[in-house]
Design a protein around this ligand. Structure first.
Ligand code: IPM
Ligand code: MG
Length: 356
């Protein structure tokens, strides 16, 4: 049966990198992948055309699709807009509308890129870690929020960090299930020494662990986790954490792998339907120059085949093709090192297609 994919390219480098991932999917279509693409607007591009960063139509086609492929949103152009219509609201809005509460952010070091990391090769060699980030709750969505003026005329900004047991439980289950299929180690990251909402997080994870006797659960404060990620990242198998901590730690983890331009992600709902996107942003400073790394988006397409479209062999093929082009020494600027062949966005996409 034909699978529908909603394609939301977004802003900045979004359209360029998504184009390369589509090229890869179309190449697989020649080998029997049965897909139909529908394009939608999101972010600043959507605001410019419709006055909102998340038009109704985009929500509709995304809800109707089997999976969503997203580029990136945001850019200088829209930074002065009211926060309610900024491009980022489009992204947060679609995550929330589609109930994509489980964000999987794998950080895998391709052996070919050990030199591209700013960390010593022996610290990162063989790294394979999975960050499971809660994506539709926490301080990103908590109410009340805003900027108010106090009686003395001073302004005050405020946000709310809230987590319900049910929200912690459902993300916890996803993380335990993943740990079960990997090395069986789960580290839950919180700030339980200071924040009650994450004290409940810790308690709930501990209770849940009774159902997973084959998974070894540990807890870590987020400040220590950030330190441990750069000190000895290979101690981790799976990490599970809140929306904001996961945002921060996944950027940190990306650098272990050489470049944020390498990391894909999946955001899943309760039924495994998902949105797939690189973890990096829209990089407006390099947009339109054919220098962005399309591999994170191409690898996001591979995650889509694996997690939502049930095509694990095709997913394997993409991952092997990526590994092969790295083996050949092809590098976009972000992962370039001496002796390698520097290529642009389009050339990298072509090389992956050829390697398929
Ligand atoms: C990410 C991004 C987003 C987030 C922004 C663009 C809203 O940083 O996906 O990590 O904070 O979740
Ligand atoms: Mg982020």
């Amino acid at each position: 049966m034909t699978k529908k994919i909603a394609v939301l390219a977004g802003d900045g480098i979004g359209p360029e990198i998504v184009k390369e991932a589509i090229k890869v999917l179309n190449a697989l279509a020649k080998d029997g992948l049965d897909i139909e693409l529908e394009y939608g607007l999101i972010g600043g591009a959507a605001y410019d055309e419709t006055g909102t960063p998340l038009p109704e139509k985009t929500v509709k086609i995304s809800k109707e699709a089997d999976a969503i492929l997203l580029g990136a949103v945001g850019g200088y152009k829209w930074e002065s807009l009211d926060i309610s219509v900024r491009p980022e609201k489009g992204l947060l809005g679609i995550r929330s509308e589609l109930n994509l509460f489980a964000n999987l952010r794998p950080a895998i070091l391709y052996p070919q890129l050990a030199d591209a990391s700013t960390l010593k090769p022996e610290v990162v060699a063989g790294l394979d870690l999975m960050i499971v980030r809660e994506l539709t709750g926490g301080i990103y969505f908590g109410q009340p929020r805003g900027i108010r003026t106090l009686e003395n005329g001073e302004k005050e900004g405020f946000n709310t960090l809230v987590y319900r047991e049910s929200e912690i439980n459902r993300i916890g289950k996803v993380a335990f299930d993943i740990a079960q299929k990997r090395q069986g180690r789960l580290c839950s990251v919180d700030k339980a020494n200071v924040l009650e909402s994450t004290e409940l997080w810790r308690e709930t994870m501990t209770t849940l662990s009774a159902d997973y006797s084959d998974v070894e659960l540990s807890h870590m404060y987020v400040d220590n986790a950030a330190m441990q990620l750069v000190r000895a990242p290979k101690q981790f198998d799976v990490m599970v954490t809140t929306n904001m901590f996961g945002d921060i730690l996944s950027d940190c983890a990306s650098m272990l792998t050489g470049s944020i331009g390498m990391l894909p992600s999946a955001s899943l709902d309760e039924d495994g339907k998902g949105m797939y996107e690189p973890i990096h942003g829209s990089a407006p400073d390099i947009a339109g120059q054919n220098i962005a790394n399309p591999l994170a988006t191409i690898l996001s397409a591979s995650m889509m085949l694996r997690y939502t479209l049930d095509e694990p062999e095709m997913a394997d093929r993409i991952e092997k093709a990526v590994s092969f082009v790295l083996e050949q020494g092809l590098r976009t600027a972000d992962i370039y090192s001496d002796g390698m062949t520097k290529v642009g966005t389009i050339e990298m996409g072509d090389a992956v297609v050829a390697a398929l």
